[in-house]
Design a protein around this ligand. Structure first.
Ligand SMILES: [Zn+2]
Ligand SMILES: [Zn+2]
Length: 332
């Protein structure tokens, strides 16, 4: 059992490092982080809508008065569940990789708002998106991308604390970055780590993501704030890496036999991974693996919407309850 409780809100990791967790870590329920020293603050990611982000910033101000003014916001990647609240951190330096900036409008909040208001017009895909994103309000969101980019590595000082930004994408997304506090052995991974849930490889190469996991396992790290799920350790990284390795190995023979990626997703034996939250995401990871195996010079860019229809069907096939079926519309 982990010594950390998986409860909503700010968790003190010690020495000015904080993790902000949102259970249960399923679709849209993402984590963030705060690093503070003296008057200086660095926020790791915002949340999926303005209300969630405002609530989080209020919690942070209560616990850490210096966070009234966030000096630096670092986005681990572009996905909306880590960036749609950016506009609430006015006046901050917003830092991300170039890939994050390129990828920033892949999910348009205005489009999601439209989906939530009338999912029927988008068919089964709309139905599943409405299910996944039901707890959120996408109105009034202005995409606010990083105003500063970095490549490879960047070192920042937060007060007297050294913080390293490490570019590791493309892997889960086009622009993934890790945020590392060496003196405290704390690592913020964004969606490079899904803890207690199924990872989803929107970009790949998956082999590269596996390498990033191995790199993290070699780092001097004790506490990890994942993109989704509880406060984690290297054990959780190992578990998720093994999922990516196993699914890659199971997918290859189907690819070689010319089996379509969607058929392959139904044919592979997920074993214990079937019980993981959001196991339907294997569909997207399979598509990405097929792109990896193809090794074409130009990787195809897939529009995400149709995959939500495929994932809805897969979720049904796996006998899973609807997403957020435990969510009753308010905080407890
Ligand atoms: Zn993501
Ligand atoms: Zn996420």
């Amino acid at each position: 059992m982990s010594k950390w409780k998986f409860t909503k809100g700010l968790h003190d990791l010690g020495n000015g490092c904080w993790g902000y967790l949102v259970p249960d870590g399923s679709w849209g329920w993402s984590n963030a982080g705060l690093i503070a020293d003296g008057d200086a603050t660095l926020l790791v990611d915002t949340l999926f809508d303005l209300k969630c982000t405002a609530d989080m910033l209020a919690d942070m101000r209560n616990a850490v008065p210096a966070s009234k003014e966030i000096g630096v916001l670092v986005n681990t990647h572009a996905d909306g569940d880590h960036t749609f609240g950016n506009q609430l951190v006015e006046g901050a330096r917003i830092i991300g990789t170039e890939g994050t900036v390129t990828d920033f409008d892949r999910f348009d909040p205005a489009f999601l708002d439209q989906v939530m208001k009338d999912p029927g017009q988008f068919g089964v895909a709309g139905e599943f998106m409405a299910e996944c994103f039901r707890p959120f309000d996408f109105s009034n969101i202005t995409l606010t991308p990083p105003n500063e980019t970095f490549k490879d590595k960047m070192t920042l000082m937060v007060g007297d604390k050294r913080v390293e930004l490490i570019e590791v994408g493309p892997a889960h997304s086009l622009g993934d970055a890790l945020i590392y506090v060496p003196e405290d052995k704390v690592l913020y991974t964004g969606d490079i780590l899904f803890s207690s849930g199924t990872p989803i490889a929107w970009y790949g190469p998956v082999a590269r993501w596996i390498n990033v996991c191995n790199m993290v396992l070699d780092m001097d790290v004790e506490v990890i704030v994942a993109g989704h799920g509880p406060i984690s350790t290297k054990d959780d990284v190992r578990k998720m890496r093994d999922y990516l390795v196993d699914v890659s190995e199971m997918a290859r023979p189907f690819y070689e036999q010319g089996v379509d990626f969607l058929d392959a997703a139904y044919k592979i034996d997920l074993g214990e991974y079937r019980d993981w939250n959001d196991a339907e995401r294997v569909i997207v990871t399979l598509q990405t693996l097929y792109d990896d195996f193809e090794a074409a010079k130009e990787r195809p860019v897939h529009v995400p919407i149709p995959y939500f229809e495929m994932m809805k069907n897969m979720r049904k096939h796996l006998g899973k309850p609807p997403v957020h079926s435990e969510y009753c519309g308010h905080d407890h």
